[in-house]
Design a protein around this ligand. Sequence first.
Ligand code: GLN
Length: 485
Amino acid sequence: MSLFRLTAHEAADRLRRRETSSVELTRAALGRIASVDPKVRAFVSVCEEQALRQAEAADARLKSGDAAPLTGIPALIKDNMCTAGVRTTCSSKMLESFVPPYDATVVEKLAGAGMVMLGKANMDEFAMGSSTEHSAFFPTHNPWDLARVPGGSSGGAAVGVAADECFYSLGSDTGGSIRQPAGFCSVVGLKPTYGRVSRYGLVAFASSLDQIGPFTKDVTDCALVLNAISGHDPRDSTSLPVPVPDYAQALVPGLKGLRLGVPKEYFVAGMQAGVQDVMEAALVRLQELGAEIDRDVSLPHTPYALAVYYIIAPSEASANLARYDGVKYGFSAKEAESMWDGLEKTKQYGLGPEVKRRIMLGTHALSSGYYDAYYLKAQKVRTLIRREFDRAFEKYDALVTPTSPVVPFKMGERMDDPLQMYLSDVCTLPMNIAGIPGISVPAGFVDGLPVGLQIVARPLAEETLLRVAYAYEQATDWHKKKPPL
Ligand code: GLN
């Protein structure tokens, strides 16, 4: 088997047995990138030289015997996490040549654990989008069908893993941006509890919703990466000061005694028939594994989540993006007649249409006279949604839903229809609103296109997610299928 096909834990085992080296793994990944990335375009930057240097250092560390579980494993980082000395663009003209002077905490942690960073992953500009078509540079293609989208906004990070260009990657999830592309590309993607992972050095989109999490080839890898990035960080006051369990301990077979709820509101009108069939088969499988399944769960506020999200996220974005004024850093329009003219032109030429749409929506929702009607009301409904989940988790250990009601759509198909684009996230937005964790695992295909199964649990119950996901994965082999590249 080609080295690039290995999962991260398989590659790590070979490193520990001295059957391969980090330099060999890195060369295999770089070779794979050279052969398939021109087709899928997951990378905004490839850091070849730096990666090989890091691999040599990792090999030395492995020899010395003080290696961490992921030492020497090549990875990909979404381009909205700061990397010292490496361009961090957010796939925006605004930050096209921005080179941060520091690493995001997650990058620092992984580097400390011996990561080899292959490069930075394409995304929707500032993480606003569901298809990676809103990148200011180029769209990323779905490896299962190059004419279709990989999902978004972390499309590059999902594709890097699905196309075996890297062994794992990091994405960010504000309203589904890890889980939806994981589902669309048939890889594992986890959004941790709000506060589980530090966001220091993550370029802010909507600060009360953003979380960083892993994309991996299987659930075991997901536990390993989560171990490496979780924990309190004094530089992010929203990160939770609670101990981190060893997530690998959650990987046990069988689901005896576990109560799973299936909320009916997630089987929405507009859900594709094929997705429904995949879900039925997945529920049968979970039951065979010993889980008790209740299909009669109702979360009646679910339909409001989309509206709440599209008030809160743009409102926070409009504040966060005010910093791109052409003065401090980033793109700056030089031909300006005055300070205000320069500010306007910087935003006019530096930002793409979806980002402008969000800033306008947010500015409107926060403006005097509309604040109470939109923003304040959205915050109240947010509380109702969170309480509804709290109540559900008194009865169930986890909830199961489709990751998206649709399979990957054709490129261009939803670009002129923002509402249709927003609708592909109806099943993933509520978890960000409630701050609870969710995972998407490969669950099957409809006409060759991937479908994801989403598992959701109470705050800080990532172990439950991993347990259900692992048992399901061990009983199926969807995660072993590879796209025809
Ligand atoms: N697709 C959603 C949006 O456009 C979510 C994006 C995200 O999670 N970053 O806002």
